[in-house]
Design a protein. Structure first.
Length: 169
């Protein structure tokens, strides 16, 4: 089996590829957040519409109060109008409750997705750390072998000088 020599440049390229992959994943996360921002903008617009509708209802109440002061005979008609307004409020309350439920569900989904994404990110970081640890162990081993070989060569030079009288440089 042939040993694969890894150079510093090769390792740097591998590291860059790993970080590039992480960057791409962060880009995907950013895009997902942009989509969520757009969805929240839609919800904000809905709340703005609800506020406008409440203002319209408030104006209607003002008109009803004026009618009470001016005409006492129209109580029956005004009661009917109140029933209509009450039904509208019930519809609005149901819509608001549904929006709240939708927002809670959306928040839970986002939390689950973020947890999964964080877990995958941590797994990738752990794998990268393991690869770096293996690389550092190999580098340390190679340095130790190099030192031992240099000591052996120095001893051989000394023996050649002592036995043969030849000095090697």
């Amino acid at each position: 089996m042939k040993k694969k020599n890894i150079t510093i440049d090769g390792l740097a390229i591998m590291m860059k590829k790993g970080f590039d992959g992480v960057d791409k994943k962060f880009d995907k996360v950013d895009k997902k957040f942009e989509v969520m921002d757009k969805r929240f903008e839609v919800v904000d617009k809905r709340f703005d519409n609800i506020d406008k509708k409440f203002e319209v209802v408030d104006k209607r109440f003002d008109n009803i109060d004026k009618k009470f002061e001016v005409v006492d005979k129209r109580f029956d008609n005004i009661d009917k109008k109140f029933e209509v307004v009450d039904k509208r409020f019930e519809v609005m309350d149901k819509k608001i409750d549904n929006l709240r439920i939708d927002m809670i569900n959306m928040e839970e989904r986002i939390d689950r997705k973020l947890e999964k994404m964080e877990e995958r990110f941590n797994q990738k970081i752990d794998k990268l750390m393991t690869t770096l640890d293996i690389f550092l162990k190999r580098m340390t081993s190679i340095e130790d072998e190099f030192i031992m070989m240099r000591n052996d060569i120095n001893r051989m030079k000394k023996v050649i000088k002592d036995k043969l009288g030849v000095e090697l440089s």
